[in-house]
Ligand binder design. Sequence first.
Ligand code: ADP
Ligand code: AIR
Ligand code: ASP
Length: 287
Amino acid sequence: MARRKMLYDGKAKTIFEGPEPGTIIQYFKDDASADNGAKHAVLPGKGVLNNRISAYIMTRLESMGIPTHFLKSINMREQLVREVEVVPLEVVIRNAAAGSLAKRLNIKEGTILPRPIVEFYLKNKELGNPLVTEDHIFAFGWADPLELEEMMAMSWRINDYLSGLFAGINLRLVDFKLEFGRLYGDMGELYLLLADEISPDNCRLWDLDTNEKMDKDRFREDLGGLVEAYQQVAERLGLIPKGGIIEGGNINEQIAAGLDEIENELSRQRRLRGINRNAPNKGPRKI
Ligand code: ADP
Ligand code: AIR
Ligand code: ASP
């Protein structure tokens, strides 16, 4: 097989050129990082679990009307997604205080917020992904008001849906981070898709009975047992067999390779809603 072209080597994923124009492959690595890469470890099995969890969540979201970049899983570490122009913002939704919010405003970790709070961070590693306001976003052109409105509407719906999905497996969705991307139709019209990944790397998930942390805070706070926790999340979601796929700290490649493929059956027929007012008004169209 010809060597694939690598497009980007990130902290947790490598991006390769896809088989068709407009597609890319996300390869989920076992690398864990925190503090903008200052802290790093390789945790065998993490990539396999995140690939699977994210593929599943993206298809669930697609089925309730959220357009996502996910097309299908290729193997235990790779998935095919639509290539998008990533909006340079991280959208964080919080239901309870934790992490940087708890620290910044001195709120006790776990305090339920009076209402979900949305925050935006600029995706800029050199600056350490700073918190920004809507005014910054519009003034510097990182997104326009229509795009931001669409991203926020999707984020609220995702929060409602995922809070219920995780509550159903006895987990509290404390907070999470989303990334969105722009896709242009052949008439220049603009669509926004949910991109990147949704996994315990970018969601805080606490066991509802014990408050045990089942997400990347296990690594950030040196609690240990990250892969076991991610495996527990995948198991509760019914994505891996009971008993798990980790043996002696390593992934059982045979079981992992035999897991069912996940396919986003809705993505190819979805009639996306263009959000660009200036685009020719042809109504929803297939892409
Ligand atoms: P980081 O960039 O923080 O090191 P990752 O290791 O997760 O993060 O790398 C994945 C990169 O791919 C991210 O920068 C993310 O914004 C980008 N990305 C995610 N989904 C898509 C997509 N559908 N098209 C293009 N880029 C994407
Ligand atoms: N997040 C933000 N940047 C990268 C990630 N993964 C996620 C965290 C957490 C939420 O966004 O995983 O779920 C809020 O993070 P913080 O550090 O701002 O409290
Ligand atoms: N993923 C980011 C980093 O590597 C931030 C985090 O998740 O804590 O620093």
